[in-house]
Design a protein around this ligand. Structure first.
Ligand SMILES: [Zn+2]
Length: 234
């Protein structure tokens, strides 16, 4: 009896939630549509308007995605820095963005597996590799590798694994004299290449299922996301 009493209103709310969001923006977006939705959200965030985030973070939305499942349309690979939460800076709510975060936005097998899962099983068509200005991880790697070997500080094995993955970007930045800011940009391009190189699943989905990878950088002061030249919206 008690179950029946609880079940009716629960089902009614669930039905309402699924109807209310049946025509929502999640799922089934092409990579270009997803990129457009993210950039449009970023413009709103810059102006201080996160209306979409607020509307899509309400209990009804939580209920809908919790019961009916998630269908994120974009995968964002970014840094763990506390200043750049992808949902906030892209003005997005629950169930829209599948986020993979690690200091320095590098990709090791765990991150690659997460990206593959979201593309293959959840249907997201867009992968955004998002670096950022004033990145502590890139800065630490830059300082480490530009210090003579004998004078380098001792790093824990775990921290070293992140710093080592950023080393190619530091080397290239040093070679062209672009400094830490340049290393942040080069690191994004390196990670885009790494995903293509190390994930057969993503490579195949790029050829057959319209999956795209784009690189970009978030400015922690202005709030703006700039896409790397080869990835600009058309
Ligand atoms: Zn960072």
């Amino acid at each position: 009896m008690q179950f029946r009493k609880l079940a009716a209103p629960f089902i009614a709310v669930a039905l309402f939630a699924s109807l209310a969001f049946a025509s929502g923006t999640t799922g089934s977006l092409t990579a270009d549509e997803a990129l457009h939705a993210l950039m449009e959200g970023n413009a709103k965030f810059i102006s201080g308007d996160v209306e979409h985030l607020v509307a899509n973070s309400q209990p009804a939305r939580r209920l809908d995605t919790g019961i009916n499942g998630q269908k994120p349309y974009a995968i964002v690979v970014t840094c763990a820095d506390s200043r750049l939460s992808p949902e906030i800076l892209f003005d997005k709510g629950i169930g829209e963005v599948f986020v993979v975060r690690v200091a320095g936005n590098v990709v090791a097998p765990h991150e690659l597996g997460s990206i593959e899962y979201a593309a293959e099983h959840l249907g997201a068509k867009l992968v955004v590799v998002l670096g950022h200005s004033k990145c502590g991880a890139v800065s630490a790697a830059y300082d480490y590798f530009t210090t003579p070997e004998a004078l380098r500080p001792e790093l824990s094995k775990n921290l070293a694994s992140i710093v080592n993955d950023i080393e190619p970007a530091v080397e290239k930045a040093v070679a062209v004299g672009s400094g830490k800011a340049g290393a942040e940009d080069i690191n994004v391009d390196e990670v885009v290449k790494q995903i293509r190189k190390k994930s057969r699943v993503i490579r195949e989905m790029m050829e057959t299922s319209g999956v795209k990878i784009v690189g970009g950088k978030y400015d922690v002061v202005t709030g703006a996301v700039s896409l790397h030249a080869e990835h600009e919206e058309h």
